[in-house]
Design a protein around this ligand. Structure first.
Ligand SMILES: CCCCCCCCCCCCC/C=C/C(=O)SCCNC(=O)CCNC(=O)[C@H](O)C(C)(C)COP(=O)(O)OP(=O)(O)OC[C@H]1O[C@@H](n2cnc3c(N)ncnc32)[C@H](O)[C@@H]1OP(=O)(O)O
Length: 277
């Protein structure tokens, strides 16, 4: 039985809402926060709930110990309890379905979350764990953090949007280098590559993530959601589509309370009070 299955998924994937910020914390440090299917599914559920919850204005994704997330838990097998027989070999399409419904759904839950998601990377981010961090809107890394596109070490094809994310973040040649060579990328190099926004001393990670998250949590939440979607789509659509969707987003936002509050506050020479609606 994997350690994960001895503790509840609520214990190993913790959630706390504080000051409008939803904190999601992976807490299985003894396995460097590798995730099994249950933990993956809880992460997806929490991100989807955060997206819909009006009291959640921003999300921070972090972990305990020296691992942020080292990808799929390669030691836990579904139904691998005592007396379980040998694993059934996957049938045709089974693995592709697992990837679609699992790793890809997890990364999509981050990209589609209608709240800003900050990754506070406390340590090693490997495999789908790296993609979980890199899919976030803002990435703050501890100096000791490192990113590993580790799949090639396991003879695997990157999944969970690895090629999609890396190519957009660092370009074709560097993406192929990271995928083919699977070398560790220390935080400072990740910053130089544009994989992360900030690198801070390990002890300052939580406060740095909290500072950004609390600023976002009092900002124009709907405008952030609309802008996030425009940026996410910017590399996929042509200019005409991008300009049309931008104009539609501006019009949508002007119909929100915050879309009017910002300009009104400026005219009245006072600080805006954004409600998030
Ligand atoms: C979305 C996931 C759903 C999961 C569903 C089931 C999965 C089925 C497999 C199908 C996979 C499809 C999707 C794949 C996604 C991936 O992410 S594939 C990549 C998987 N991850 C890895 O290959 C990383 C494995 N870990 C390492 O290579 C090393 O630990 C490290 C990251 C390079 C760090 O090395 P080091 O600092 O030397 O620490 P260690 O001593 O190796 O590790 C400390 C303990 O943590 C345990 N551990 C680390 N990573 C994992 C892991 N991924 N799974 C399980 N356990 C892990 C490690 O075993 C050590 O434990 P102990 O031996 O008990 O001390």
């Amino acid at each position: 039985m994997s350690e994960a299955s001895e503790r509840s998924v609520e214990q190993t994937v913790r959630h706390e809402l504080s000051g409008g910020v939803g904190w999601i914390t992976l807490d299985r440090p003894e396995a460097l926060n590798a995730i099994d299917a249950g933990q993956r599914d809880r992460l997806i559920a929490l991100l989807r709930q955060a997206s819909a919850d009006p009291d959640t204005r921003a999300v921070v994704l972090t972990a305990t110990g020296r691992g942020f997330c080292t990808g799929a838990d390669l030691r836990s097998r579904p139904g691998s309890g005592p007396g379980a027989g040998p694993p059934r070999p996957p049938g045709p399409g089974d693995v592709a379905r697992t990837i679609r419904d699992g790793a890809q759904a997890l990364v999509a839950a981050v990209l589609d979350c209608e709240k800003p998601v900050i990754a506070a990377v406390n340590g090693i981010a490997a495999g789908i764990g790296a993609h979980l961090a890199l899919a976030c809107d803002l990435v703050v890394a501890a100096e000791s953090a490192r990113f590993i596109e580790i799949f090639a070490r396991r003879g695997l094809v990157p999944d969970g949007g690895g090629a999609y994310l890396l190519t957009r973040l660092v370009g074709v040649h560097k993406a192929k280098e990271l995928i083919f060579l699977a070398d560790d990328v220390p935080a400072a190099e990740a910053l130089a590559l544009g994989l992360v926004n900030r690198v801070v001393p390990d002890d300052d990670l939580e406060s740095a993530a909290r500072e950004w998250a609390e600023r976002l949590a009092v900002g124009p939440t709907r405008a952030f959601a609309l802008a996030k979607n425009l940026v996410n789509r910017a590399l996929e659509v042509d200019r005409a589509t991008a300009f049309r969707e931008e104009a539609d987003a501006v019009e949508l936002n002007m119909a929100t309370d915050d879309g009017r509050e910002g300009v009104r506050a400026f005219a009245e020479r006072r600080a805006p009070e954004f409600s998030g609606h």
